[in-house]
Design a protein around this ligand. Sequence first.
Ligand code: GLN
Length: 330
Amino acid sequence: MFETDVLEVPQSARTGSLPAESSVRTLLHDVHERYRDLQEGAVADYIPVLAEADPDLFAVSLAEAAGPMHTAGDTSALFTIQSISKAFVLALVTDAIGHESVHEIVGVNNTGLPFNSVIALELNNGSPMNPMVNAGAIATTALMPGRDGAAKFEAIQEGLSAFAGRPLRIDETVLESESASNHRNRGIADLLTSYDRLRIPAEDALDAYTRQCSLLVTSDDLAVMGATLAAGGVNPRTGRRVVSAEVCRDTLAILASCGMYELSGEWMFEIGLPAKSGVSGGIVAVAPGKGAVGVFSPPLDRAGNSVRGLRTCAYLSRALGLNLFASPSP
Ligand code: GLN
């Protein structure tokens, strides 16, 4: 169960808009103060180089769909986007080939199992259950338009940069570390091939996927990327349309059911927002029409979600009235 400060923060009913900019800024500062000394969770180490992350790093950013940006903490810290890329690659692929074609290859239901589960794929006859676990994400990456793996990754890098509103580059050290240790993902990609779910060589799909996970972002980038989904596909930093409003809706629906892995139900129960996390410690939580929160803090819970990130999102969801399921009493 998630530990959240349920009783300490007033549970606001969902609001139609964010409060005034000054109170959002104050709240961000407060939440950063509140959780900066929280010492829970453990930094991921199954990708060797991630074990070197500084557990004290903690950054919170909130990008409003209307443009303003609010920040607190180590917002200049760069970290690899990891699984959060899955959300935005899904959006790009859905925009390019359409809702139906994506749905033919990957499902939309939670596996109830860890993100790198092999058995989840086997139990579903080789059809990935959803695009937020590794099997579904590798299959989704392979659907990106492009003549080969390299061209697909190039389109993904460009698309993720459009979501962030600035060019994103690869962390070569993380890429090398993960490429040398991702035997499990290799097994998953080969299994997808054995079930005839990949139209390109498993090695190429895996390489493009590992590269997308190695793109460097800041908490500000995550907030802007999320705010683009919150603003019907138009990036509030650049004013550029990245994907259609329908694609944002589809993507957020999948994040709501599958974004936080096997703890997605608990996340929805406590926080009530579509969100995605990654093993390097990032979380993006999206409040449709309002904006998005980007948090970074490396120590993780057992499912791979940032502990400070989780508490921060719970606090902000309550304090800002973001929970999608809350309504004011008449
Ligand atoms: N690159 C990581 C992997 O495939 C991403 C996992 C994650 O962030 N949960 O294992």
